[in-house]
Design a protein around this ligand. Structure first.
Ligand SMILES: N[C@@H](CCC(=O)N[C@@H](CS)C(=O)NCC(=O)O)C(=O)O
Length: 149
């Protein structure tokens, strides 16, 4: 891996590729950051193993699925914990972030502004994830105001 040539293919924003780019930055390893313009994506799609981005090329071989890619490089760079228990903690956070991504994708995919607001409201009132985080965040804020709250 140390001398591998790596290309990361994604669209021109952070999205699902950023954690892979960040792993390389944290490890101080070089990679080619290939950012595909939205309008060019249809032309690239057939080159992607599963028709999606991100995908990576490592020494001429192509691989897909953001989590599989990130886990692979995290292990290669020594960021996946020292034992299985630490790996569990790493994967726990990765899966939590995936849950947030799922919620945000549903909201962001709405083109209609009213539907977008509706999807947002639904996510904060009906999913368990966001209320849980808002609640713990609010509780943290409120308790920092002092003992009377
Ligand atoms: N499970 C896949 C999901 C990949 C995915 O849905 N990528 C989106 C961009 S975030 C995509 O390729 N959209 C374009 C398309 O499906 O044609 C992963 O984590 O890599």
């Amino acid at each position: 891996m140390s001398s591998s040539k790596v290309k990361i293919f994604y669209l021109d924003y952070m999205g699902r590729a950023e954690m892979i780019r960040l792993l390389f930055a944290a490890a101080g390893k070089p990679f080619e950051d290939i950012r595909i313009a939205d309008q060019d994506w249809p032309k690239w799609k057939p080159k992607a193993p599963f028709g999606t981005v991100p995908f990576v090329e490592v020494d001429g071989e192509v691989y897909s699925q953001s989590i599989a890619i990130a886990n692979y490089f995290a292990k290669e760079f020594g960021f996946f914990g020292k034992n299985n228990k630490e790996a569990l903690l790493v994967e726990q956070m990765v899966n939590l972030i995936q849950d947030f991504i799922q919620v945000s994708v549903v909201i962001e995919e709405q083109q209609d502004q009213k539907k977008k607001v509706g999807a947002y409201l639904k996510s904060i009132t009906q999913s368990t994830l966001l209320p849980f985080f808002f609640y713990s965040r609010c509780r943290q804020q409120i308790s920092s105001f002092g003992k009377h709250y």
